[in-house]
Design a protein around this ligand. Structure first.
Ligand SMILES: *Cc1c(COP(=O)(O)O)cnc(C)c1O
Length: 226
């Protein structure tokens, strides 16, 4: 096995072990490939990984063209999305995890071609109310879910959050917990919601403890980004 295949293997085993120790189901792994070359994605794909996360539409499109021969690959947009990029995002991704405003919901609904399967969406919640962050407020999330659910070419799948990178991990844990409580409340109205995207390389274990169903991991899989 190449070292990246080995790391992928070990990471899956780690996630599985952490989850069973906590009495949770193992989360899905989203391999965050921003600023990693297409060759690294191909190596992780060869190890069996299917879901990849990118932050920028243009950067992703370059790699998607290079990797067009790989079938059965699932692209997730996890970075902030400008409304004027909605057309490309709706055509080149299977999931958008960074939906945080009504205008963006309507633009994605307009641009997702009929003939493609519904575009899977997560509402990104700014759970620590940080000024600089994208994400809607906890209070706005419900209306966004209702707006998404109205469109047959969009699939409301759940929530995503990035807690403030606080060195005190107890504060991150509380942010994960608040997101999960919001998820549980919204799920009562939207039973199709099945994805809670929480946790990155540093805090995946905490996120799993609080009920994450998808961890987004870059550094711990691909190594440091340039
Ligand atoms: C970069 C990024 C990640 C992965 O971060 P790592 O610390 O490298 O695991 C996860 N989620 C989002 C939204 C990111 O931008």
């Amino acid at each position: 096995m190449s070292s990246i295949e080995q790391r992928h293997h070990d990471l899956l085993a780690d996630l599985q072990a952490t989850a069973s120790r906590l009495g949770r189901s193992a989360p899905r792994l989203l391999a965050v490939s921003k600023r990693q070359p297409a060759a690294a994605i191909a190596a992780v794909h060869a190890a069996g990984q299917r879901a990849f996360g990118e932050n920028y539409v243009q950067e992703a499109m370059v790699k998607q063209a290079e990797l067009a021969r790989l079938d059965d690959i699932e692209w997730h947009l996890i970075g902030h999305l400008q409304t004027n990029k909605a057309r490309e995002a709706a055509r080149h991704f299977d999931w958008v995890q960074s939906v945080d405003r009504l205008r963006l919901v309507e633009a994605l609904a307009r641009e997702r071609a009929t003939g493609l399967p519904p575009l899977n969406l997560l509402v990104q919640v700014n759970v620590d109310d940080e000024n600089s962050k994208s994400g809607c407020s906890v209070d706005e999330a419900g209306d966004l879910c209702v707006a998404i659910a109205r469109h047959p070419n969009l699939a409301l799948r759940g929530l995503m959050a990035i807690p403030a990178p606080h060195p005190d991990f107890e504060l991150r844990r509380q942010a994960f917990r608040r997101t999960r409580e919001l998820f549980d409340r919204l799920q009562a109205d939207h039973p199709g919601m099945d994805t809670l995207s929480l946790g990155m390389s540093e805090d995946a274990g905490l996120a799993i403890a609080e009920g994450s169903t998808m961890v987004r991991i870059g550094t711990a899989l691909f190594g440091k980004r340039d």
